[in-house]
Design a protein around this ligand. Sequence first.
Ligand SMILES: Nc1ncnc2c1ncn2[C@@H]1O[C@H](COP(=O)(O)OP(=O)(O)OP(=O)(O)O)[C@@H](O)[C@H]1O
Length: 362
Amino acid sequence: MSKAAEIDIASVTKTYGTTTAVHAISLKIPAGTYCCLLGPSGCGKTSTLRMIAGHESITSGDVRLGNTVVTDLPPAKRGTAMMFQSYALFPHLDLVDNVAFSLKMKGVDKDVRRAKAMDLLRLMQMEGYATRRPAQLSGGQQQRVALARALITDPEALLLDEPLSALDPFLKIRMRAELKKLQTSLGITFVHVTHSQEEAMALADVIVIMNDGRIEQAAHPRVVFEKPATAFVAKFMGDHNVISGRVTKSDGQELMLSVPAGADFLAVGDNGDLTDQADIAIRTDHVRIGQPSETGLGFTGSITNIEYRGSSVKLSVNGAGIEDFTAILSDTDFFANPVKVGEAIPLCWGREDAIVLGRLKH
Ligand SMILES: Nc1ncnc2c1ncn2[C@@H]1O[C@H](COP(=O)(O)OP(=O)(O)OP(=O)(O)O)[C@@H](O)[C@H]1O
């Protein structure tokens, strides 16, 4: 139906008065990618999306869609379509007229635009509701109509601002799967703003993690999880212990980190630029109870809390100058040798489980 386009964001900045919401970010989103912009409230996700859509002016830099620089084009001329968080359906129009609306604005004949709207309602399995008004629909159905309405212009890229946030948790997961299926079948580029790590992990081919108007990492979810680029990413995505300390030895590929009033930790990874302070990450699910054997990586600490989670058990441990170090053990491993709060236990991990984190240059 539509053709996909690459989105190229080149050194784009957005300022509102004295607030800089987006600091000269650059990002290439390949054609046909499902891209999620992820980050905490106020990090600049929505501003970035609205600048791609043309609903917000670009203070400096350029946005290109396919071969066209769209920086100064109005929204309707960009080849993008936007689906809003609130769906923004017209309450007084039936579904056909809601979906056909942007074609009406373009002066398309009534019969042609209504036929196209019915095609889109069919695609979203909503043709049986064509004569209803939005208020007569459930949240999930309203979302499908909003999608149909956004897709009627055959966009090269669909921009979605927190599209699942109005839905209850059960529907959220169902509509998430539908979004992914729709993107795969249409093959167009989707850019989806969310503050949910789980949503981004489930949907994205590329997760763009933003913090304070900057991009901390843009990569496939597995890369983000396995190799978080910065301490912010490791903490925000969770499931990592992040340890900060002073670099005591660094040879480009391995680094020794000294924790104040604590032990030395070895981590692996490119550390060419890190000469003073550094951060390392250790996957919580790769930590085991046991003496550090040949790798020598680990420490002994005291258990401060134990949480049962069904298939796993979470231990919190203090020791070696670190507070709240987390180890996630499988329920089988934990119950084979149960431990108690207050007990001192040795923890260990493999060399490849401790990675050096980078620092964003501002
Ligand atoms: N119209 C505006 N005028 C002034 N400041 C704005 C405006 N819109 C956004 N901001 C500011 O720009 C920064 C980024 O906002 P933005 O909405 O892009 O973040 P966000 O990551 O989408 O946040 P949220 O998840 O809360 O929607 C914030 O500090 C916000 O207060």
